[in-house]
Design a binder for this molecule. Sequence first.
Ligand SMILES: CC(C)(COP(=O)(O)OP(=O)(O)OC[C@H]1O[C@@H](n2cnc3c(N)ncnc32)[C@H](O)[C@@H]1OP(=O)(O)O)[C@@H](O)C(=O)NCCC(=O)NCCS
Length: 152
Amino acid sequence: MIRKARIKDVKAIHGLLMSTDQHEGLVLPRSFSQLYSHLRDFVVAVDGDGKVIGCCALSLIWEDLAEIRSLVVSPEHRGNHLGRKLVEACLSESVTLGIYKVYTLTEVPGFFARLGFAEEGMESLNQKIFLDCLNCPRFPDLCNEVAMTMNL
Ligand SMILES: CC(C)(COP(=O)(O)OP(=O)(O)OC[C@H]1O[C@@H](n2cnc3c(N)ncnc32)[C@H](O)[C@@H]1OP(=O)(O)O)[C@@H](O)C(=O)NCCC(=O)NCCS
């Protein structure tokens, strides 16, 4: 099941974001404080026992731009279209909010291409660069991420 995140999910979300490594597609870790203040951005996937097995966030950047970020599916549950469903839930929320352009910065462009995203130059995402990239320890030379966008 995919649902909006709740306060009790934060530890599990934190664990998922800390669990990725460079070999599978790196996701930036986020502090507990950031997760509490941005909890409303998140959707989670839960198994039959209610355990959180995936997460994804929709971050509002500007009046006409939102970002998909913090996407992780736990390794044992990959390949079951949970990643797709998590992203689609965020896209649906973006449409509900009236934001029709969504982007992501990713090391797994093939996954987002399957969902209909297309590669785009970073220069078209000025707001993102000013918001996050300038303060990122991997910017610019250590960053392997590709910018991908979707018009909804
Ligand atoms: C990327 C990730 C979220 C995919 O989750 P998933 O649940 O296994 O993906 P899905 O099953 O929903 O895959 C949807 C489609 O993308 C394809 N796909 C999945 N991972 C892919 C990859 N790494 N490269 C290319 N295509 C991929 C699937 O084959 C599927 O195609 P289909 O619709 O034609 O069957 C998961 O591998 C993960 O958590 N990786 C580590 C963290 C990460 O890289 N996050 C993204 C950073 S922005």
